[in-house]
Design a protein around this ligand. Structure first.
Ligand SMILES: [Fe+2]
Ligand SMILES: [Fe+2]
Length: 326
């Protein structure tokens, strides 16, 4: 008799345990219903088939010369204009700029892993077969996104940095949550809305052509995932009362505020280089005041999607306005 052993990795800096605390179920009825949502799911499944791309074949991977130029334009570099950064030699500034870029892209990579794992759980939890078929196409899409960012970091000779504490907590909480609608809400509405804003900002920020090319492909896929999430949740939340809707709305907004970009990545680099932390904080604050559009863009897409699924109300709108200073 073959004896199998359960592999349980040690929890280290490179791996983390989460518990699958949900019940999956099988569906023996393959034509669940003929509602608008299932029609929309099937249309999106067929679109996913048509738009399939390969991170190996459809991206022009350059030779390893990425490090000879800056990873983004000055206006997208939070260190630009900071005197202790500006007075470094060009090779040292390049090194710091790529170190910060590695942290930024690593965070996107970890977000893609969250989406991959969430979509895989949705396959055994969603209420109808049509939505499960869509979730299966999303698993393949997210695997491509993980591979693209993983490969991009390797091609630029960059190390993968760990996730921010906020993303780490959100990932474990979401994967352990027994409710499929929370997974859909966090993955399709929160993470994908924020990612779309971030991808679009990066694609216009003078990043290397390889990254820009991948981001364009990924944005196409994410728009489809958001569409699936908004269609499905809009229909689900129609039967909820105002108190329940406010509960879901506040949950998403709380998580969005926790994920808001902090200065932590920049401060970690500053500590490595023994820069004046107080001065850098002041510089970053000035930059934010001078460019309020960045944070507003991040919340614009999220607000549109929260509204589309029926979770927007006056108090949530006010919380967003207060946070973004609009
Ligand atoms: Fe993705
Ligand atoms: Fe996605």
């Amino acid at each position: 008799m073959i004896k199998s052993e359960i592999f349980v990795p040690d929890e280290t800096e490179f791996s983390q345990i989460f518990n699958n605390s949900f019940n999956g179920f099988l569906l023996w009825n393959y034509h669940t219903n003929s509602s608008q949502e299932s029609f929309s799911c099937i249309r999106l499944v067929s679109l996913a088939e048509k738009k399939r791309w390969s991170p190996y074949l459809d991206i022009d991977w350059p030779p390893d010369t990425l490090g000879s130029r800056f990873p983004c334009a000055d206006y997208a570099d939070p260190f630009a204009g900071f005197d202790q950064y500006e007075k470094l030699s060009r090779p040292d500034r390049l090194r710091v700029a790529w170190q910060r870029h590695a942290m930024e892209i690593s965070e996107l990579l970890h977000g893609e892993q969250l989406a991959l794992m969430c979509a895989s759980q949705l396959i055994s939890m969603m209420p109808c077969m049509e939505s499960r078929l869509f979730a299966s196409t999303q698993v393949a899409d997210e695997a491509r996104h993980v591979e693209f960012f993983r490969r991009y970091l390797a091609s630029a000779g960059l190390d993968i940095c760990g996730p921010s504490p906020a993303l780490r907590h959100l990932t474990v909480d979401t994967l352990q949550d027994p409710r499929w609608e929370i997974k859909l809400l966090i993955c399709q509405i929160l993470i994908e809305s924020l990612a779309l804003a971030q991808f679009s900002h990066l694609a216009q920020a003078g990043v290397p052509p390889t990254l820009k090319q991948g981001l364009r492909r990924i944005m196409d896929d994410e728009a489809r995932h958001v569409r699936f999430g908004t269609d499905y949740l809009k229909s689900l939340f129609r039967s909820h009362n105002a108190e329940q809707l406010t509960g879901y709305g506040n949950y998403v907004i709380d998580k969005a505020f926790e994920l808001a970009p902090s200065d932590n990545q920049c401060l970690a680099i500053a500590r490595d280089h023994q820069w004046d932390i107080h001065k850098l904080r002041q510089h970053l604050r000035q930059q934010r005041i001078g460019r309020p559009e960045l944070i507003r863009q991040r919340f614009r897409q999220l607000s549109i999607n929260i509204k589309a699924i029926g979770l927007m109300n006056a108090s949530i709108e006010e919380r967003i306005m207060r946070f973004t200073g609009t």
